[in-house]
Design a protein around this ligand. Sequence first.
Ligand code: ADP
Ligand code: MG
Length: 619
Amino acid sequence: MAIISINLKDGTLDSGSEVIVGIDLGTTNSLVAYMKDGQAVCVKDDTGKNTLVPSVIHFAENGAVLVGDAAKAKLITDPGNTIYSVKRLMGKSYADLTAVQGFLGYKILDDDKASLVKIRVKDHYYTPIQLSAEILKALKARIEKELQAPVAKAVITVPAYFNDNQRQATRDAGKLAGLDVLRIVNEPTAAALAYGIGLDTTQAEIIAVYDLGGGTFDISILQIQDGIFEVLATNGDTFLGGDDFDSAIVTFFCSQLKIEREILAEDKSLGQEIRLLAELAKKALSRSEKFEGKIGNQTVHITRAEFEAQIAPMVQKTLDCCSGALQDAKLTTDKIDKIVMVGGSTRVPLVHKSVAGYFGKPVFNSLNPDEVVALGAAIQADILAGNQKELLLLDIAPLSLGIETVGGLMDVIIPRNSKVPTKAGRQYTTSVDGQKNLKIAVYQGERDLVENNRKLGEFTLRGIPPMPAGLPKIDIQFIINADGILNVRARELRSGVEQETDIRPTFGITEEEMAAMLLDSISHAQEDMRSRGLLEARNEADHLLQAGVKFLKQNENILTPEEKKETKMLLDALKTAADSSDKDNILQAVEALNSYTAPLAHRAMDQTIQAAMQGKKVS
Ligand code: ADP
Ligand code: MG
């Protein structure tokens, strides 16, 4: 289905308008998303299954750079040349790194304490910006493959607590990857947007965004008002996440296997094997009550209750962080209107149960928790692209929607102030014999003449089977969905020929523009009425002129020479009148022709019927 985007500022139409993508550049996983048919979607890999790109980079012997799943596999076989958790290093100096030291498996260059961190891989030194750029390049390649078109603009998300250095570093990484970073958006803001929170600019609310990822936990309290997201407080733990849940299961399995946990530091491959099984077990326990697996020929097992007992203290720690954030914001749990769950680890039942219990209300977790940030980034990108503005989710159609009919008149199909979603339609026909195509031009506005309204788009219903004018029945339906997208369908009912298109009717019109358009329609009402009357008279005249010419031709043998002469004269008079701008004059000429030809038409009809009954062919 074709999507027509309209630049409502200047009314230009461009299908295939430039996409701006949304990117979640995560510590553990990264994703890229975009608006597809009005819906934010994350782009999948070649298998069509995974949307996550592990934030891992591997430098091969031959200089090749691997990113994602392939690089993650190298964490076991070639850890020294495989970089992960780069996000933790973004915008940091060596002096900042005391917390991270000993945590990373790769080498960090250690010279000037005040300068920004560099990472050594073989003989090269890389900045975290360069490494992040590699991840971004992989995401860019993924979306370009999906869209079969170059992508140059992006919105990238960062944690709410990121300082200016870290934000700038993220921007620079984008630039290095060939992306123009239009905006850096806070992850909790993006997550809220993904749920449509904050899109209704009339609503003010306070929300909590609980983000438990692979290695980090963030809680953010946001105040949303007039479409502005203000961070009231953030709290969290930069070393608490799903990896710690895995680690707890590893310890649990080790005791079942009767091996010391310390052994795993030496036997790396056994350690990795148990760790992978532990993550598998954790994910399984998000759905099932128990898990069983094998290490070598030994069986390990864990129930959900056992798992929950292991991680309960960690979950409690996240709730303590929530209390800290609320305290900073000088709020209590009952003041929080909505709680949004983000991060793969919020899939753990104990986590969302505990969070819902803590805040005393159900949480927002219907979307994929590891995709929400990217989805929200795509929505933000779409807003920046001008496809959606403040007026994102309208509950009423602010201006009338209709199509152009003969003579440039606006025929309103959905009147202004109709509740959205809504559906309305009308039937039209052709004005010329044998007409095969019908152009359907969609307009928005209150004026009678389309030229004074805003054109939203047009399309052509093709392939109407040849029929006399007026015979085809063309049904035109306008459907506005909840997102404010107008879908226009045209269908010729006799033949079933059909065509449809999507149009975004309201986005991009500011309140002022809308007010101006409404005011305009009121001040021009009289003028409009006059021109509408004139146009209608002209349409009628045109119609009658065509019919008259046809009548003369078809009834050559029936009419007397005098009648033909008089009819021709009246037709000429009507033609002259129709060219004038005097409505009454036109209507008089219409009347004169009609009254003179009516008895002739009756007589002609009678004779035609008689002829038909005698079996004669009448042309
Ligand atoms: P980040 O924001 O840190 O990049 P993510 O939001 O992608 O991380 O979360 C990754 C974490 O989510 C990993 O620890 C992963 O094991 C965990 N996770 C993913 N799916 C599930 C699941 N079904 N149950 C429990 N944990 C899960
Ligand atoms: Mg994340």
